[in-house]
Design a protein around this ligand. Structure first.
Ligand SMILES: [Zn+2]
Length: 248
């Protein structure tokens, strides 16, 4: 089923313009979700009860109804518990399912941005030159963004500048063990795919490497690491997942 699901999605993406895709996505998902309904699992974002999640080729468990990935469901759980946002929040590259929840929760305090236009967002800010005033936000969510940014130091300085003292930022990227992997000789999309795992990635961070860079930009950091539990099984979360929490 996974391959049929992904195949249909690719066909739709190649045939339909982006705006129409955004409109049709919920309908497409409702149809595609039919074989997945059950009682064993539950998506904690859209609330749908599932027999199983859709297992994507790269190993992620996708909710067929709202399209959420494990890291997004974990993030929503964090935002409902330990990291409940209580003030102006900037969310980079917000997935639709999460973005709708946070918009309801935060209303005018929720600001979204996506530079590439891949996600529907309020702004298309360049993360290395964010047109927002100093200390504008109490919280920032920056998931799977920094690994796309050549000058990540400039980006981190900007994130620090716009965060309020006492505020927090949640950061995640794909991680490897050992040092950060960068390579100036790797410049084409094909090479980047081969070296960094995705055609538009410019490095692979390690948790420790990214922490050091964030601390150099001024943040205090800590790492949350999650292990298998009843909760993680039920909601299709990833064991060993790590999130860096930054404080200013
Ligand atoms: Zn869902």
């Amino acid at each position: 089923m996974a391959s049929i699901y992904e195949f249909s999605k690719k066909i739709a993406q190649s045939l339909l313009p982006q705006t129409l895709l955004h409109q049709l996505e919920p309908t497409f998902r409702q149809l595609a979700a039919l074989p997945y309904y059950g009682r064993r699992h539950q998506c904690n974002i859209c609330g749908t009860q599932l027999r199983t999640f859709v297992q994507l080729e790269r190993g992620d468990a996708l909710c067929p109804l709202c399209g959420s990935l494990p890291r997004q469901r974990r993030l929503w759980h964090l935002l409902q518990t330990e990291y409940l946002p209580k003030g102006p929040t900037l969310h980079f590259s917000p997935p639709r399912s999460l973005s709708q929840k946070l918009r309801t929760l935060l209303s005018q305090n929720y600001v979204t941005t996506d530079y590439e236009g891949e996600f529907k967002a309020d702004h298309a800010y360049d993360i290395t030159a964010i047109p927002e005033s100093e200390e504008r936000f109490a919280h920032i969510i920056c998931y799977h963004v920094l690994e796309h940014i050549p000058d990540d130091h400039a980006a981190m300085k900007e994130l620090y500048r716009i965060l309020q003292p006492g505020g927090w930022m949640l950061v995640q990227t794909p991680f490897k063990t050992g040092p950060i992997y960068e390579n100036e000789a790797v410049t084409t999309p094909e090479e980047r795919l081969q070296h960094f795992g995705q055609a538009d990635h410019v490095r692979i961070y390690s948790v420790q490497g990214l922490r050091q860079r964030l601390e150099k930009a001024g943040f205090q950091t800590k790492v949350l690491k999650f292990h298998e539990s009843e909760h993680s099984q039920k909601h299709g979360l990833k064991n060993g997942e790590q999130v860096i929490v930054c404080h200013k």
